[in-house]
Design a protein around this ligand. Structure first.
Ligand code: 5GP
Ligand code: MN
Length: 334
């Protein structure tokens, strides 16, 4: 963590103020963990703090301490805008550009404040007064932990802070297996664990909290799998009708894309999910090794992310989107 930036942040937070914490649309474990973790840290210093998500977080994260105080922007638009406008300092966590905040994009663009970005995605925008951006981190939660240490606040990393940060570290590292997991990740986790968090319970809250329908939806996505062994690529898809048939709720498709990477020799995986209400196909890309899915998503599917995990979207039909993908795959040098 850059000492000059830490000093600037220390100065900004020296007196109790009105702080907003905002994370990206369709918040995941890292988005919610970093937001609530930072909240539990900062509230010990007398600030008034509001946490915002652009849309509702998945049910499997609702156990997180004080998740109920999160303001879900698209459920209370004007009241939420007023709350946002009352903030002097705004932390934007786990995203790199305002458009990643979905319905909150315009409220953020129109709001002048002291912005602090903490994020681990590539190519950050330059709206923030302080930008902590480092793609070397596996999770924003680990960055929040390092920020707390850098500010001299390690002793304020209590059990609530730790439970939130542990959640994002576990989810964004794929339970410590992704390449971005570092010795420093485990050292951070060692500190978090000794605060007394129940790590087994947290893991179970995250992973053993689904419906039978969700398991069968997973089965359907596995049946839809298509493999291109010579291109080391596999993809699957779920139509809106299939989501409906298995009573899809937000969060149900989380992680399905990773399953294709368990096939021997496959280094590039994708899942295409039809959302007719938003009129888009939501795409997730994952890779192992050098194949850069951030570049692929940016170049072809209006998205981005990290080298081994990225997302994108398409405005044409599921069949047309997949046809485009297959053509790209057949021309890949992988
Ligand atoms: P997921 O596939 O889980 O939605 O996203 C994987 C990674 O890519 C996450 O870090 C997420 O923030 C990022 N990501 C997902 N969709 C988009 C997108 O449309 N644009 C950009 N820039 N990043 C995305
Ligand atoms: Mn993240």
């Amino acid at each position: 963590m850059n000492e000059a930036l830490l000093e600037k942040l220390r100065t900004q937070l020296a007196n109790p103020g009105k702080i907003g914490i905002v994370t990206h649309k369709s918040p995941d474990g890292d988005a919610m963990g970093s937001s609530l973790g930072l909240y539990h840290l900062l509230k010990q210093f007398g600030h008034k703090i509001e946490i915002f998500t652009p849309n509702r977080y998945p049910e499997f994260l609702a156990w997180m301490p004080e998740s109920e105080r999160v303001v879900v922007f698209d459920e209370q638009n004007s009241a939420a805008t007023a709350l946002l406008n009352s903030c002097d300092t705004i932390f934007t966590l786990d995203f790199n550009a305002f458009h990643r905040a979905g319905d909150m994009e315009h409220a953020l663009k129109n709001k002048s404040a002291f912005y602090v970005m903490v994020d681990h995605h590539q190519m950050p925008d330059t709206y923030a007064q302080i930008t902590f951006s480092d793609t070397g981190y596996a999770s924003t939660c680990e960055m929040i932990y390092d920020l707390a240490v850098g500010l001299g606040w390690q002793e304020y990393v209590n059990k609530d802070v730790a439970a939130c940060l542990y959640t994002g570290i576990v989810t964004d590292t794929g339970s410590f297996r992704f390449a971005a997991t570092k010795p420093s990740t485990h050292l951070a986790v060692a500190y978090l664990m000794q605060t007394g968090i129940d790590h087994a319970k947290i893991y179970s809250n995250i992973h053993d909290n689904f419906s039978a329908d969700r398991l069968q939806l997973m089965g359907r996505s596995l049946q839809n799998l298509k493999v291109f062994p010579e291109k080391k690529t596999a993809y699957t898809k779920l139509s809106q009708a299939e989501l409906d048939a298995f009573n899809y709720v937000k969060g149900d498709t989380e992680g399905l894309v990773n399953l294709a990477l368990s096939i021997k020799g496959i280094v590039f995986a994708a899942i295409f999910i039809e959302h007719t209400d938003e009129k888009i196909i939501k795409i997730s890309f994952r890779s192992q090794g050098d194949f850069d899915v951030n570049q692929f998503a940016r170049a072809h599917f209006n998205g981005g992310g990290h080298i081994n995990a990225a997302g994108g979207k398409s405005n044409v039909s599921l069949a047309e989107t997949i046809q485009k993908f297959e053509e790209l795959v057949l021309n890949l040098d992988i």
